[in-house]
Write a protein that binds this ligand. Sequence first.
Ligand SMILES: NC(=O)c1ccc[n+]([C@@H]2O[C@H](COP(=O)([O-])OP(=O)(O)OC[C@H]3O[C@@H](n4cnc5c(N)ncnc54)[C@H](OP(=O)(O)O)[C@@H]3O)[C@@H](O)[C@H]2O)c1
Length: 252
Amino acid sequence: MVMDEIRGRLALVTGASGGIGAACSHQLAQHGVHLALTYSSNLTSIDELVTELQSRYAENKLRISTHKVDVGSADQIESLFREIDTQHGQRPDMLISNAGYGKRITNIWDIPLEEFDYMLNVNLRASFVLVKGVVEHMKAQRWGRIVFMSSIAAYGGGINGCHYAASKGGLTGMMKNLSTRLAEYNISVNDVAPAMIGDTGMVPNALAIQDTVATIPLGRLGTPEETANVVMMLVSTGYMTGQSLLLSGGLK
Ligand SMILES: NC(=O)c1ccc[n+]([C@@H]2O[C@H](COP(=O)([O-])OP(=O)(O)OC[C@H]3O[C@@H](n4cnc5c(N)ncnc54)[C@H](OP(=O)(O)O)[C@@H]3O)[C@@H](O)[C@H]2O)c1
């Protein structure tokens, strides 16, 4: 893999306190990428992650900052960028918009309107606001990588309700539009659409969703590391843009 292009650059990873975000942070750090990492409530988890990254990849002399952000709030995202400006002296070269909310309510008649609005803010509007915060810098330097964390739900599958599907489907639609608008600036925009990734807050382990695991053709949960592999492929493969990559063990 051609990783030289990303070494020394700055990545913003939202939701780095969670399973998939932490795995992405590990692989980016391993390849010498400086990091701005966000968490929402889990301070312990982000602190442990940074300690681990600094010791495991010490030879990369990484600049790693952490930021408490509710991505549902545009004001808090604005403060995040002010903090990044101060602590890194630049805006991110890569955006991994991964933070997500997935309260599971299966049927539309049980989903309150407020829950729909909240989910759309956190899972969809946040990525719009985040892209606005990084895009001018990426345009100016004619290099940028944007990856959204979508879901199999974007295609109608998964175990959650229509509010989650709408938020993730919206992400994939926005990704496809942005990829055509931003290609001329050498900014790639893609998403990863995982399903049933274990060791995460959303899917702690196979026992938590036993019946669903039985339906996965590969017969097991995916791992955060496998999800991060796909993210790394996208940020290191600038010729790929406008793609939604399903990572689902064969689930449709
Ligand atoms: N696990 C799966 O099978 C699966 C499948 C499809 C898609 N995904 C997507 O993958 C992404 C990462 O989830 P995960 O599986 O790694 O689950 P996770 O371990 O629960 O991580 C979720 C992350 O999002 C953060 N977050 C939640 N609400 C937030 C908010 N309002 N503002 C800012 N950050 C917020 C959490 O922060 P705190 O913990 O600090 O509060 C945490 O870092 C999500 O977008 C999810 O929809 C996961």
